[in-house]
Design a protein around this ligand. Structure first.
Ligand code: MN
Ligand code: MN
Length: 468
């Protein structure tokens, strides 16, 4: 062996997926990503994602858990929580106390929510006040086309679902910004203050009602439109949940179409690949589960976040339906023997900002699924930090199934940080590690991912369900 060969065999080097995969794999990758773009366009909120997931699940033979009194190996079921979570399960052939294989992704994304009393008129225009959700860079949201999604109840209790701005024939909405000619003061502000949270107001109208009886004629016109079309009044906004999201569709990016650009890829890229992963799993040994959760971007709180007891309650229900009863001992055995891939995105090295990354330990778009032993900030604060045993086990499964993968941490030490659902899954006393797709422009209205990494994330989840 030459020294060159010896050095190569002793050292570790990342691979580029595009250089490593066959033509057949490339065709599979492109087909998967075509379907993924449709998934993104149909699911821009957590509620829409759950609806889409149900459609996909039913097409793949899954039925509501509530329709089963007992469960046996091979049964495919799903359970919803408040229209914002879904837990899919395929009952394994092994005793469930040997543990389950869980993959969990989140389906909420950073956005602007309408305030509870949002509508006002100013300078002959009608606007809606917003309160941002999750970690956004506020300056990215003005001057782009926006859509309105959400639910609002009429006084009589009828639930109205809004989705305005997605069809080519729909109008869109926007937040206006200052012209450069008059932005002298604004342009010297820090980027955090350049656009203020209270200035993220959505333009929704400017055509007044012809009347002398009312002062706010444009607001009046919008209220009349809302009432004519949806039967709602201003009061009904008080209980509504309405999300403002970018109005554009997912697109291929690059002359070679190697990337996908879209809103909400954190973390719907992992939600989609997780769903595809469990749909391609047949008769697993261990019970396979996939959970899509809400509220990750604001700390996994609430009854639809990962901190909700929904997961534990449903696991107990499933154990009971398989074995006839769920004792505390059985439940504990199931959990301690289980393993979870927290499928969430990582930060890809950005050629414009490579200074924030430490490249030996950073993820590159195109180098495969990214496994993240820990996240957190400063001294790994807030991280569940997976064990060597578990990282080894997952790495071996990936290698055995020819998955191309890389490892990363979130930027340079002390550069910033973040968290995922992993720490909350770990608290249940289950092995868990973050793994998913590297993203460029994360949390922006147009996040970018490499098709190769999406494909490898999907292959990772299939391998995990099949082989652990
Ligand atoms: Mn995420
Ligand atoms: Mn995020």
């Amino acid at each position: 062996m030459t020294d060159k060969e010896l050095f190569k065999s002793l050292s570790y080097e990342k691979k580029n997926v595009y250089e490593a995969i066959s033509d057949k794999e490339k065709a599979d990758m492109l087909a998967l990503c075509d379907e993924y773009r449709e998934f993104l366009d149909e699911g821009k909120t957590e509620r829409e994602c759950v609806e889409k997931a149900v459609k996909m699940a039913e097409a793949n033979g899954f039925k509501p858990l509530d329709s089963f009194n007992t469960l046996k190996a091979g049964d495919k079921v799903y359970k919803l929580n408040r229209g914002k979570n879904i837990l899919l399960t395929i009952v394994g052939t092994e005793d469930i106390t040997t543990g389950i294989n869980l993959v969990g992704a989140h389906i909420d994304s950073p956005r602007l929510d309408l305030k509870q009393n949002p509508l006002y008129e100013s300078n002959g225009m009608a606007l809606l006040k917003t309160h941002y959700y999750g970690g956004i860079k506020k300056y990215q949201w003005p001057t782009i086309p926006l859509a309105i999604h959400g639910v609002i109840f009429t006084r009589d209790g009828e639930k109205i679902t809004l989705n305005i701005g997605e069809k080519d024939t729909d109008p869109v909405f926007c937040i206006t910004d200052l012209l450069p000619h008059l932005a002298k003061d604004q342009m010297v502000k820090k980027m955090t203050d350049g656009i203020e949270g209270e200035n993220l107001n959505i333009l929704i109208g400017g055509m007044p009602v012809k009347t002398d009886e009312v002062g706010e004629k444009v607001k009046f016109a919008i209220l009349k439109l809302l009432n004519d079309r949806y039967g709602i009044t201003e009061r009904d906004f008080l209980s509504a949940e309405i999300e403002i999201v970018p109005a554009f569709k997912a697109r291929n990016v690059g002359l070679d179409e190697s990337f996908i650009g879209a809103y909400g890829q954190d973390d719907r890229v992992c939600a989609f690949t997780t769903l595809k992963g469990i749909f391609d799993t047949e008769n697993p040994k261990k019970t396979a589960m996939a959970i899509l959760v809400d509220k990750e971007e604001i700390g996994s709180t609430g009854n639809t976040g990962m901190l909700s007891a929904f997961f534990e309650m449903t696991v107990a229900e499933i154990i009971e339906k398989i074995t006839g009863k769920c004792t505390v001992t059985d439940y504990n055995k199931v959990i301690v023997n289980s393993a979870c891939l927290s499928s969430d995105v990582g930060a890809a090295v950005d050629p414009n900002y490579e200074i924030v990354s430490e490249k030996k330990n950073a993820a590159f778009a195109g180098s495969g699924m990214v496994l993240m032993k820990y996240t957190g900030s400063r001294g790994k604060s807030g991280s569940s930090d997976a064990s060597a045993e578990f990282v080894y086990k997952i790495g071996k499964i990936l290698d055995d199934n020819n998955v191309i993968w890389q490892t990363s941490e979130l930027g340079k030490v002390d550069q910033g940080g973040g968290g995922t659902i992993a720490q909350y899954v770990a608290n249940l006393n289950m092995d868990v590690i973050d793994c998913g797709v590297p993203v460029l422009s994360m949390h922006s209205p147009f996040e970018v991912t490499a098709k190769s990494d999406i494909y490898m994330a999907y292959r990772s989840y299939v391998a995990f369900y099949k082989d652990r």
